[in-house]
Design a protein around this ligand. Structure first.
Ligand SMILES: [Zn+2]
Length: 411
């Protein structure tokens, strides 16, 4: 099967995950694609193919002769699509030899170069877009199709030497639960890459440290006419609390390596109020300092009122994978070298968010993220370039062969 056919086949499955579901995977329809991938892996000749009770599919490409001792390398992609936009009955449009102009999305809108200037880069490419009614699902079925195509290629070309390679496909990445039950020991790789990035060349191994803060305020409601010295207005205290946090550290005012504190929910009345924040910073020390600002603001106001009217609970969510990846510079060097061999310019930049790979890195599987070639994720303007996808496949093949060579010499 060609890379394009494979990709189109995968996007024909509706695999939208559901943030409100308590089950795992969050939607059972994801299992249909995971099951199909299990069958396809067996057909292609992968070994040790398993589909576990949670929906994780895993399989192995055995090492070529003489490379059995190279450390096991893994590749991972997710099958679910974002809850933000419908992923049902996707009707992809294939635009051959794209002319660099505005793209009509069926009868349902236009993707304008003016709004998406990076479209110009893709002039002459074959683009796959939506018909303007759904997302495309290149996030992350492009990654799934690329890994499967790499597997097929390596199995058909045993002259390309490589160590044992494990591949895995996971549900529920988009609802933040993608690796909740991922069995790192069963996967059995020493290192892995997620293939879940966007533009050609993206190579990511730095992400935010992340926490959430929940602030609850207890006020005291008194008739406003006789409130003097007695009323504690929880809404006023909420504003005072927020004002004690640095004004410039907000998502809308920060970029690159700048962290932030983001108030995303505020509700209440005079009697009680609550505020939900997320706290983000790439730097561990600055991350801890930001969390301390919350405790300082809490203490300051409680002292001012002479009693505990504010409670503040802070919970860490995930950490910067850099700490776990940096001790293995090979992972980044090899990916960069592989990209160059595949005529791709590596673009290394910090992620202002997290990936499944960052959680895996802290579960003992260092796991940077590679581009898959999709653009405008999670919405109706999602598209991907077939040329970029082919380059992603080449990159994976080069990583496999470079890794085997380099690592086999050391063992
Ligand atoms: Zn993704």
């Amino acid at each position: 099967m060609t890379l394009l056919d494979r990709f189109l086949h995968y996007v024909s499955f509706d695999t939208q995950s559901d943030p409100f579901s308590k089950s795992f995977p969050s939607s059972s329809k994801q299992l249909l694609l995971l099951k199909a991938l299990e069958e396809e892996m067996i057909e292609l000749g992968l070994v040790d193919v398993t589909l576990d009770e949670y929906g994780y599919v895993m399989g192995s490409i055995p090492a070529t002769v003489g490379f059995e001792k190279a450390p096991v390398l893994g590749f991972i992609a997710h099958v679910d699509t974002s809850p933000d936009t419908s992923g049902s009955k996707i009707k992809p449009q294939i635009i051959k030899n794209y002319d660099g102009k505005d793209i009509q999305l069926g009868k349902n809108g236009v993707m304008k170069v003016e709004e998406f200037p990076e479209l110009k880069y893709f002039q002459g490419h074959t683009l796959i877009t939506t018909d303007g009614t759904t997302l495309l699902g290149a996030d992350d079925k492009a990654g799934v199709a690329e890994i499967m195509t790499m597997a097929e290629y390596l199995l058909q070309n045993p002259q390309i030497a490589h160590g044992k390679i494990r591949i895995a496909f996971t549900p529920d990445e988009e609802v933040g639960r993608g690796v909740d039950y991922f069995d790192v020991a069963t996967f059995g790789a020493e290192f892995a890459y997620t293939v879940d990035g966007g533009f050609e060349g993206e190579l990511e191994y730095e992400n935010f440290n992340a926490a959430k803060a929940f602030v609850a305020i207890r006020g005291r409601n008194i008739h406003p006419g006789s409130a003097k010295g007695k009323m504690i207005n929880a809404l006023q205290v909420a504003q005072d609390f927020h004002a004690l946090l640095p004004n410039l550290m907000r998502p809308e005012l920060t970029e690159g390596y700048q962290g932030f504190m983001h108030l995303h929910l505020l509700s209440g009345d005079v009697e009680k109020a609550e505020m939900h924040y997320i706290i983000r910073d790439h730097d561990k020390t600055l991350f801890e300092e930001k969390k301390q600002l919350f405790r300082d603001a809490q203490k300051h106001l409680n002292d001012l009122y002479g009693k505990e009217i504010i409670s503040c609970s802070i919970e860490d969510q995930y950490y910067n994978m850099k700490e776990k990846v940096e001790p293995h510079p090979d992972l980044i060097e090899l990916a960069s070298s592989a990209m160059k061999l595949a005529s791709v310019t590596p673009i290394i930049k910090p992620i202002r968010g997290g990936t499944d790979g960052c959680r895996l890195s802290y579960m003992g599987l260092p796991c940077p993220n590679l581009f898959a070639g999709g653009m405008n994720f999670h919405g109706r303007y999602e598209y991907c370039s077939l040329q970029s996808m082919h380059k992603a496949v080449k990159t994976l093949i080069y990583i496999a062969s470079l890794w085997g060579k380099k690592r086999n010499l050391k063992h």
